[in-house]
Design a protein around this ligand. Structure first.
Ligand code: ADP
Length: 383
């Protein structure tokens, strides 16, 4: 069997400890170890960048810097933390070691308790953890690229569909205006269907375009008072609110959230629009908004007295084009809640619903009230 060769960088200022750790690792019969050694942080940094070791064994106390400072400098020099690191501390410095784990170290060992087997195990598990993380990151990037590609595709298709559709709508409308009075009942119905179907398709394409634009345009985030958003949204929906005789209960002291006004406008427009649409027959919609603080977030509830949502559909309704009713019964595109979800997630929040058939629905929005923490110089990788 071909043994795998491993290049290990030992950052350790005690020559005896260096030799001990090399001896311990050589007891592992399954690998061939090649050691690079350095007694100072500065020199170790240079070796790291030039030699790309498979793993670093890092003493916490170096003559020119601490292990934590070494990690911070390594991240600054290498762009991100891509090396597996096992930290070696003296006893009594475990607190420091925990801090180191939060800074990207995969494991730590207390020097005078370290055994050959524990050193070998720590080293291999550190390498495995970093490899898994690397693969996950690779998948995440590939997925992100695929999503971007799909969104660009949807946007192009939607644009291209608008042009012929506009033609169909205009000609159908012309025919209707000119010849409808001369047509028989059945022909009139067919022409009416053609006009309304093409209008529906146009609304669908518009919504799809707006959806695909989300996340592809850079948006600015800042503090936005939610009452300002709701005044605007209620104003835009004024005609529908009046037509459905809806009752709206909106407290005047809703919180200020950290987000984007356009995205928030879309979120509340879609949620209120749905609450106005999916009301029980002969019962006017009653929509209430509530807000409660939770840590760095505000939990906003949009509560309606409508037809409700079956338990098994509570997650699916946030998928694009997922509708629970036919367009004849309730008009819609099936893009509204997907837009809500994407907008909320772009702002670092979450959305979910609690509901049961005929019991109304309660949509929850978890929105940031302060900016997310600036990424620190040393990213907090949890091992
Ligand atoms: P659309 O309303 O255009 O169909 P949405 O994505 O906004 O699309 O909603 C998806 C589906 O979720 C709707 O078709 C409807 O069945 C259900 N739904 C959304 N909001 C509500 C609500 N407030 N009450 C009951 N059902 C709802």
């Amino acid at each position: 069997m071909n043994k795998k060769k491993l290049k290990i960088l030992l950052v350790e200022d005690s020559p005896e400890d260096q030799l001990t750790f090399q001896r311990y690792l050589r007891q592992d019969q399954n690998h061939i170890y090649h050691f690079l050694t350095s007694e100072t942080g500065d020199e170790a940094l240079e070796i790291c960048l030039a030699e790309e070791p498979d793993c670093i064994l890092l003493d916490y106390n170096l003559p020119d810097m601490t292990g934590l400072e070494f990690l911070a400098e390594l991240i600054e020099a290498a762009g991100s933390m891509r090396f597996p690191v096992v930290m070696l501390t003296g006893s009594g410095t475990e607190m420091v070691a925990v801090q180191a784990m939060q800074s990207g170290v995969q494991d730590y060992l207390v020097k005078d308790k370290v055994k050959p087997i524990s050193l070998v195990q720590a080293l291999h598990s550190a390498m495995e953890k970093v490899e898994i993380k690397r693969k996950l990151e690779e998948h995440r990037l590939a997925l992100e690229a695929k999503n971007k590609e799909l969104e660009a595709f949807a946007s192009t298709v939607a644009h291209d569909l608008q042009v012929p559709l506009r033609g169909i709508r205009e000609y159908a409308q012309n025919l209707q205006d000119r010849y409808s009075p001369m047509m028989g009942h059945e022909d009139q119905a067919q022409l009416n269907y053609m006009v309304s179907a093409s209008n529906r398709m146009s609304r669908l394409i518009e919504a799809l375009l707006a959806y695909s634009r989300l996340g592809r345009q850079s948006v600015e985030y800042r503090p936005i008072p939610l009452n300002d958003i709701l005044i605007q949204v209620c104003d835009d929906l004024g005609a529908r609110i009046a037509a459905t005789e809806a009752e709206l209960i909106i407290p005047p002291d809703l919180p200020t959230v950290y987000g984007n006004a356009t995205l928030l406008n879309q979120v509340f427009t879609n949620l209120l629009n749905n609450a106005l649409t999916y009301h029980q027959p002969n019962i006017p919609p009653r929509i209430e908004i509530k807000a409660t603080p939770r840590d760095r977030f505000a939990i906003i509830q949009v509560i309606d007295n409508g037809i409700g949502i079956p338990r098994q559909a509570r997650e699916e309704i946030f998928n694009i084009f997922h509708r629970l009713h036919s367009s004849d019964r309730y008009p819609g595109t099936g893009i509204g809640l997907a837009t809500v979800k994407k907008s909320v997630e772009l702002m670092g929040g979450e959305v979910w619903v609690e509901s049961a058939p005929n019991q109304g629905s309660r949509f929850y929005l978890k929105l940031l009230t302060q900016p997310e923490k600036e990424p620190s110089a040393v990213p907090a990788h949890q091992p």
